[in-house]
Design a protein around this ligand. Structure first.
Ligand code: 5GP
Length: 211
């Protein structure tokens, strides 16, 4: 039987660099599959439907909720975001690891529904650095920056609910740390027991028959 993949949840405040870290991770780790979220937010310049997000109207998003097509969904700074469920389930069943890049509310919901998921919090080196990154992105109005900074301060308080914290001071280093976490998680004894159950059973049986 094929081993199932891992569900990895990556969160962190807006502007911390989740998108950049995820892109670098995907390029370096082909067996890590990125889940594309649905959102009611308008596309930013350069963003493409079906690549960055599935861009939906509020009505379309509500229909997805009604049809139970989302593993989780949340409202974030006035827009709705959600994870399409069937893609995640099918990919994990096929043996590949899936990474969700979602906010803290969504992460907590996934943790409840999928207890074996691995939650990683990507933290900024400091709040000042975070502010600079959001301003530097140049895509947000002043009001949106203030709103995102206030949300970021709240989000940081959720860090302790996560399994791992990775500080994003250098993208390459943050990626290496996440790859190391994923590798270690695959070696967890709980995940290996299934593989060795038959072997252990055989050893015990042989011991008993040789008595
Ligand atoms: P942005 O508008 O900057 O692309 O994303 C805003 C926030 O929504 C980020 O924290 C991002 O991780 C989060 N987000 C993106 N997709 C999802 C999703 O499917 N579910 C949830 N709960 N949050 C998401």
């Amino acid at each position: 039987m094929l081993d199932e993949g891992l569900l990895i949840v990556l969160s962190g405040p807006s502007g911390v660099g989740k998108g950049t870290v995820c892109a670098a991770l995907r390029a370096a780790t082909p067996q890590l599959v990125y889940s594309i979220s649905a959102t009611t937010r308008a596309p930013r310049s350069g963003e493409k439907d079906g690549v960055n997000y599935f861009f939906k109207t509020k009505e379309q998003f509500n229909d997805m909720i009604k049809r139970d097509e989302l593993l989780e969904w949340a409202e974030y700074v006035g827009n709705f975001y959600g994870t399409p469920k069937s893609f995640v389930e099918q990919t994990i069943k096929s043996g590949k690891d899936v990474i969700l890049e979602i906010d803290v509310q969504g992460a907590m919901k996934v943790k409840e529904k999928w207890p074996s998921c691995v939650c990683i919090f990507l933290a900024p080196p400091s709040l000042q650095e975070l502010r600079q990154r959001i301003i530097g992105r140049g895509t947000e109005s002043d009001a949106a920056i203030r709103h995102r900074m206030a949300t970021a301060a709240e989000e940081l308080q959720w860090m302790k609910q996560y399994d791992y914290v990775v500080i994003n001071d250098q993208i390459a280093l943050a990626c290496q740390k996440i790859q190391a976490i994923v590798l270690a998680e695959h070696c967890k004894k709980e995940r290996m027991f299934g593989k060795f159950a038959g072997l252990l059973h055989e050893v015990t049986r042989q011991k008993e028959t040789s008595k």
